[in-house]
Design a protein around this ligand. Sequence first.
Ligand SMILES: C[S@@+](CC[C@H](N)C(=O)[O-])C[C@H]1O[C@@H](n2cnc3c(N)ncnc32)[C@H](O)[C@@H]1O
Length: 277
Amino acid sequence: MSSQRSRATPFLKWAGGKQRLLTQFEPFFPETIDTYLEPFLGGGAVFFYIYQHFQPSRVILSDLNEELINCYEVVRDDVHPLIERLQHHKENHSREYYYRVRGMQVADLSPLERAARLIFLNKTCFNGLYRVNSKGKFNVPFGKYKNPPICDQDNLIAVSEILQNVEIHLRDFGDCVQDAGERCFVYLDPPYHPLSVTANFTSYTRHPFAIEEQQRLARVFADLTAQGAYVMESNSDCAEIRSLYQDYRLETVQASRAINSRGDRRGPISELLILNY
Ligand SMILES: C[S@@+](CC[C@H](N)C(=O)[O-])C[C@H]1O[C@@H](n2cnc3c(N)ncnc32)[C@H](O)[C@@H]1O
């Protein structure tokens, strides 16, 4: 294993990020992984873990969030100019500057500037929460951090090196079926089905993830199973999801709610792992 493989860690903080669940996931991963697919990439915590522990020969990552996928592509293809842009953001960081950058129209920016903007906002916004409104605009307020890690140069370079070896696509999760074959490993981490009406955080993209999407995902899970892939999915532990996957192995892990503005809702909570093996 090269040193780069073990050094790279997620460069974005993402709602629903799995970094803190990895040790609980460990016993459930297959013994070996040759081809790895992650169609709800987000911050990629599971990808970074799998890449360094299993050394898969083929990796296919995708997500439907355009800003996110552009950012991965720029980290892969243009990391040094990106670092320069981030240094510039770092030098100018202030509340006023944050709102100026947040207010920029992404359509007017180059892919490089869009990637730097996303990383800058992600590191400096309230709670590191990526959230967009119905028009697809990033709408999180300023976060009062003393010294936010706007430009983690070493990690960005390490990430860029490992991304040279992976395929990255902007696409819907349903499209991963075409790439999945026998014995490949697919990890599905969709926006969770909400446990209550008020707990409705589903806005990673401008496309909402309602129950119909959960049902469509369950059909994709079945298609992947029929193709001989090993599939592991994370979702909320609730009656609707348990019923959708009643024919599969269901395990639970204990998560803490990392992103919740209400302190009284921060206790541990059971989440489902759905496995077809
Ligand atoms: C729970 S997050 C993934 C978190 C990630 N595993 C991590 O550790 O950071 C869910 C992701 O699904 C993406 N997404 C939402 N709808 C999608 C769709 N229809 N197809 C593909 N990705 C989608 C969102 O953009 C978001 O990045």
